[in-house]
Design a binder for this molecule. Structure first.
Ligand code: FES
Length: 142
């Protein structure tokens, strides 16, 4: 059963939305259920000045990713890289044991977004090398 704190955050998330022109993004899936999470970061002078997330997942995944956004805003890249799942739990409160994996998706998405920022290798860039990407683009331009 979820705690009141987790349910309150799930019902009133502050950071669940797409972001226009993010500095980087990180997307991960939960192989156990097929759900997907994408985090958006806006970075200026090596500091995360905004974060948001789109989460197609359960109560724990949505509440934990919202809490993670709250935590990373204002952090430097190095500080954000050092975050762990325990930092999320410290803000979110405990989650049911069965939902721990769902709650960790945000940290994985964050690491991917930071890696994208540092290396310049975005998922979108990789997709551009795929023939399917160009077919989709042709269709949308038709
Ligand atoms: Fe899919 Fe939790 S059940 S993210």
């Amino acid at each position: 059963m979820y705690s009141k704190k987790v349910l309150t955050r799930f019902e009133n998330p502050k950071h669940v939305k797409a972001m226009a022109n993010p500095s980087s993004t990180g997307q991960v899936g939960n192989p156990a259920c097929g759900d997907v999470m994408k985090i958006f970061l806006k970075i200026k002078d090596n500091q995360i000045i905004d974060a948001s997330v789109q989460t197609y997942g359960c109560v724990a995944a949505i509440a934990a990713s919202d809490a993670l956004c709250e935590i990373v805003i204002g952090k430097t890249i190095a500080e954000a890289e050092a975050l762990t799942f325990q930092d999320v739990l410290n803000v979110l409160g405990e989650v049911p044991q069965l939902k721990v994996h769902c709650s960790q998706l945000g940290i994985s998405a964050l690491k991917k977004a930071i890696n994208e920022y540092k290396t310049g290798n975005s998922e979108d860039q990789k997709c551009k090398t795929c023939p399917g990407y160009n077919k989709l683009k042709e269709k949308s331009n038709a």
